[in-house]
Ligand binder design. Structure first.
Ligand code: HEC
Ligand code: HEC
Length: 185
């Protein structure tokens, strides 16, 4: 197991090696939903493993400060300092990513056709260049679909995303989620 994690860290790049070998103590509060190494236990919960560190830190901060609202997450991040958040983000971003592959196979090709709208920001295969933008490849399908609907309804706010997906609706979100969940990160 350690060798496997180590190999994953090498692939992801040496920069995180020193920081992220051991889980920070505060990660114990996350295990029940996000797994020991950031691969979640349910398609409703996002994988954190291999996600971009700046994106993770921004999201944890947003939950803590209430700018991204979710009753399941809020109590677990309420007491975190900025330093805690930085350590958690570094740890999870350095873990080996998983492919959720839990989208409906019949929707994948429809999602692939729609994904042209997304590539400018999320990359050709769901891995964006910018560290503050999320990796979509391998993410849980049910989670991705829910986030797209949340941006559409304004429950989750980001002007770039809201503009990008406003012309689409639930059938397209489902197809896009299926497509991205089965890409290898
Ligand atoms: C009780 C289950 C639960 C626990 C415990 C939990 N989370 Fe979460 N987490 C969730 C759910 C559910 C979401 C998705 C929220 C939504 O739909 O917006 C989420 C979302 C996130 C996200 C956003 C990921 C993304 O791709 O945008 C991050 C980052 C995160 N959690 C980090 C943590 C950390 C760090 C801890 C521990 C300090 C933690 N979570 C504890 C359930 C949990
Ligand atoms: C103009 C750039 C841009 C485009 C185009 C774009 N996105 Fe995004 N996307 C973002 C940014 C920035 C975020 C992070 C938002 C935040 O910080 O809350 C994001 C977040 C997301 C998330 C949330 C991921 C998570 O882990 O919670 C999903 C899902 C998503 N985008 C899917 C898509 C899909 C599907 C398309 C194409 C239909 C698309 N995006 C097009 C910039 C973009």
């Amino acid at each position: 197991m350690r060798n496997w994690i180590f190999a994953g860290m090498l692939i992801l790049g040496g920069a995180n090696l020193a920081l992220a070998a051991e889980a920070p103590a505060k990660a114990q509060a996350c295990v029940a939903c996000h797994g020991q190494a950031g691969v979640s236990i349910s398609p409703e919960f996002p994988n954190l493993a291999g996600q971009h560190a700046t994106y993770l830190a921004n999201q944890i901060t947003a939950f803590r400060d209430g700018t991204r609202a979710n009753p399941a997450m809020a109590p677990f991040v309420a007491g975190l300092s900025d330093a805690d958040i930085g350590a958690l983000a570094a740890y999870y971003s350095a873990q080996a990513p998983a492919t959720a592959a839990n989208g409906d196979a019949t929707l994948v090709s429809a999602g692939e056709s729609l994904s042209g709208y997304c590539k400018a920001c999320h990359g050709m295969a769901g891995v964006p260049v910018a560290d503050e933008w999320p990796v979509l490849a391998g993410q849980q399908a049910a989670y991705l679909q829910k986030q797209l609907a949340a941006f559409k309804s304004g429950e989750r706010i980001n002007p770039l995303m809201q503009a990008a997906i406003a012309h689409l609706g639930d059938p397209e979100y489902k197809a896009l989620a299926a497509y991205y969940s089965q890409l290898a990160p």
